[in-house]
Design a protein around this ligand. Structure first.
Ligand SMILES: [Zn+2]
Length: 395
């Protein structure tokens, strides 16, 4: 077995709360898995890589993307009627390359046209494409006329939700995405609108859990968030309006929040003159409440996973995963909370933590090499970095 020794760096392994100086790990070149870690490196290995006294942490896990959405403005956004399966696949492959080059080594896609993410996930797992790992949801479940119903399954009863969830699972979905409320990006609905009912979501969540998979809900208004929590989802996405009861429910049910602060920021702070006025108005209206909600949840100890909603306006597949961490710190999360949200917590939410999310023996060598310590300055994650996926450097 040929092995590579990586040494001369400070390591945040995802488990402890600090960067350990003088760290090393040894990677099995065949499997891409770490076989040994420690401090003060052994002198012998087949190949030795000196990481120049830099800062090493697990590759980022982005738990909320839409890879079939083009954000350059040259092709088509998510759900565009002009998208074809081939175009959606081309956009997704480009986005996956951008994610990987910028340090995102695993994603959960939560709503893709034509189930493109499911097919690409199969190719990645088979080693046929070089890409971040993909936990795929395929097409989401929404009520008739509900949020992103145009790309999803329209369901209007618990039985229809059960049928759609079973279909998605049959097609290969790892996660079931549910639309519990309206959103920011469409006219004719608001973030407070209740959409899928608790009973409809519970039927779908049960199907996912029966197969050992997960379910999550887009939920922005308080009532929809509570419906999703009572339905038993594994994570609530966005969570704009949290009252004390909602925060208590997150703690009792041990449910994750994926804040996606950049999704609102991309519209409220970058969208002037680019997005329709109604979108700007809604984003600016919700922004303050959203930040306060995430701040309160973080301080109360609600589990957070990092996700960006990449693919929404001005919300890219490059450095906006790193920028999300900065926004989380600005909202009141500790730097450690954000690093854990983007690594170990993401892996736990996606149920991939037996092989990903931390850097220890038995886990894949998915890691990034940073010039600065992100616990001192979270912006370090956005700077130029080296990225390794399963022990291979991404160039
Ligand atoms: Zn989304």
């Amino acid at each position: 077995m040929s092995k590579t020794l990586y040494h001369h760096f400070a390591l945040f392994d995802g488990i402890t709360d600090r960067f350990e100086p003088n760290a090393y790990f040894v990677v099995d070149d065949e499997t891409g898995k770490i076989v040994e870690t420690g401090t003060n490196a052994p002198s012998k290995a087949d190949r030795t890589v000196d990481l120049g006294n830099k800062f090493v942490m697990p590759g980022l896990i982005n738990a909320h993307t839409h890879i079939t959405s083009d954000v350059s403005g040259k092709l088509e956004p998510l759900g565009s009627p002009k998208l074809t399966p081939i175009l959606a696949t081309k956009i997704a492959l480009d986005n996956l390359q951008d994610l990987l080059k910028h340090g995102v080594t695993y994603i959960r896609d939560v709503g893709a046209d034509f189930d493109v993410d499911i097919e690409l996930s199969k190719l990645e797992k088979g080693g046929h494409i070089l890409s971040p790992g993909i936990c795929a949801s395929g097409r989401p479940l929404a009520m008739t006329g509900g949020h992103f119903c145009t790309i999803g399954y329209e369901v209007d009863s618990p039985d229809e939700a059960r049928k759609a969830a079973r279909s998605a699972l049959k097609n290969g979905a790892d996660n079931i995405k549910l639309m519990a409320t309206g959103g920011v990006s469409f006219g004719g609905e608001s973030p407070d609108d209740v959409q899928l009912t608790e009973e409809e979501m519970r039927a779908a969540v049960l199907e996912a859990h029966h197969k050992g998979r997960t379910a999550n809900a887009h939920a922005q208004g308080t009532e929809g968030i509570k419906n999703a929590l009572r339905a038993g989802v594994d994570s609530v996405e966005h969570a704009f309006y949290l009252d004390d009861e909602a925060i208590q429910m997150f703690l009792e049910k041990d449910t994750f929040i994926v804040p996606t602060l950049i999704a609102v920021y991309g519209i409220s702070d970058r969208g002037e003159g680019q997005v329709p006025d109604f979108m700007l108005d809604v984003a600016r209206e919700v922004k303050k409440a959203h930040i306060e909600s995430i701040s309160k949840a973080a301080k109360a100890g609600v589990k957070l996973a990092m996700g960006t909603d990449a693919g929404t306006p001005n919300n890219d597949f490059r450095n906006d995963s790193g920028f999300e961490l900065q926004l989380m710190v600005e909202a009141g999360c500790t730097p450690l909370q954000t690093l854990q949200a983007a690594t170990v917590n993401g892996a736990r939410l996606l149920k991939i933590d037996n092989e990903f999310g931390t850097l220890e023996a038995g886990k894949f060598a998915d890691f990034i090499v940073l010039d600065g310590n992100p616990l001192d300055d979270i912006k370090s994650v956005q700077e130029e970095k080296r990225v390794f996926k399963k022990g291979k450097e991404i160039l």
